[in-house]
Write a protein that binds this ligand. Sequence first.
Ligand SMILES: Nc1ncnc2c1ncn2[C@@H]1O[C@H](COP(=O)(O)OP(=O)(O)OP(=O)(O)O)[C@@H](O)[C@H]1O
Ligand SMILES: [Mg+2]
Length: 490
Amino acid sequence: MNAQTAAADAAPGPRPRLGLSGKLLVLTVLFVMIAEVLIYVPSIANRRLTWLRDRLAAAHTAALVLDAAPSGMVPESLTRQILDSVGAKAVAMKKGEQRRLLAISEIPSVLHQDVDVRNVSGYRAIVEAFQSMLGCEDTDLIRAVGPAPMGGEFVEIVVPMGPLRHAMVRFSINILLLSLIISAVTAFLVYVTLLYLFVRPMRRITTNMTSFREDPENPARIISPSARQDEIGTAERELAAMQDDIASMLNQKSHLAALGLAVSKINHDLRNLLSSAQLVSDQLSGLPDPRVQRFAPKLMRALERAIAFCQSTLSYGRAQEPPPDRRAIPLESLVEEVRETVNVSPNGPIRWIGAVERGLMIDADADQLFRVLVNLARNSVQVLEMRAPNDRARDQIRIAGRREGAVVVIEVSDTGPGIPEKARVHLFEAFQGSTRTGGTGLGLAIAAELVRAHGGEIHLVEGTIGATFRISIPDRAIEIGSRRGVRGRG
Ligand SMILES: Nc1ncnc2c1ncn2[C@@H]1O[C@H](COP(=O)(O)OP(=O)(O)OP(=O)(O)O)[C@@H](O)[C@H]1O
Ligand SMILES: [Mg+2]
């Protein structure tokens, strides 16, 4: 990644056009407006009916006057006054069979709407309310029928649409203004509440995430969780724990990298030293002394092996082990080499028992398997030597090998004190499992890695005297076409 893209990656990114708080504000206003519309529709219908009922109530008085005039002879001027006060073009009342009308002349025969306020369905009231407001002229007429006073059957009035429409429009404007005020107040309250409860803590978390990402190894960048007990509090605590883990993991990784570097440097020089030792022993092997002749080849082999170790980078964690170079090898002689390397002599104070099935061949990388067994055997020798003076009857190391179908099982066991509880927890993890002074905690980690590279398994066998490690290494799957070639190699 070049510097430019790295910088772009580290930047928090463009600020969203409408942040969480902005979205909340808009949504709250929208929802309140929807609620207000739902309330407005029935209330405008109701407003129309109320207006008509008021007019009908006023018409009662007119009806009383009508009733009081015995012959129906009401003077023209009084009629006009009564109608003006009611706001109607005509008022009529039905009583028994008789329908008496108090009207002025210019009533057209066509009525635009006809409402019986005693009996009107909600749906019809709503539809007609909108028709009154939107689909009529001010001069259109509406006939309303309502209950009559003093045992009358009904009172009816004919009124012009204009005043009704104006009343309804005024009512709508009021509702609109009220809705705007309510939504503004509600939106503000919801906004402030959510801002403090939710948006600000969220913003704190996201800001912290961004800043932690810029420098994840810096413990000062880890979020300090608040005392909140809700979901945000949990998120903060979990985030803090996660950041803590990441920071310590990264710190450990950089220590390991530094260690890896140091090991490779040591390794480099060690290889050169060993090469000079190899030259010297090469010359030694030319001496005629029979004892030198006996030991020189062993020394040469040990040096060769050490140089090979150094060459295939030893630094654990920096370089991967090379893939195993597998071939069929006799296990018995390999175990014998392990014994010589860990320096357990046949008649020494520690008893070595080699219990490998006769002629057992294992499909493995000889050098890697050798390292696995040396690491296990050396651990056993180290724990047994801790209780020196040793006794052959008590202090024993046993390496057994057997074939179980396509799998070779090797067990390395000793009669030592067993694996301490503290070491068990991270037994096969690098730098973690050691409880020994001077131990680095790499032996078992290396052994496990090499065994796994063979597709095999290693584990501690529970319930034995001392410690027993069981390794199982399966043969490679043989492809039908190459069967002959593999056999030939074996
Ligand atoms: N055979 C054993 N008996 C008792 N304890 C053992 C045995 N093998 C391993 N352990 C315990 O397991 C720990 C880890 O072993 P491991 O070989 O991984 O590291 P180490 O021996 O401490 O260091 P290194 O092998 O890197 O020099 C040891 O410190 C020891 O406590
Ligand atoms: Mg060890």
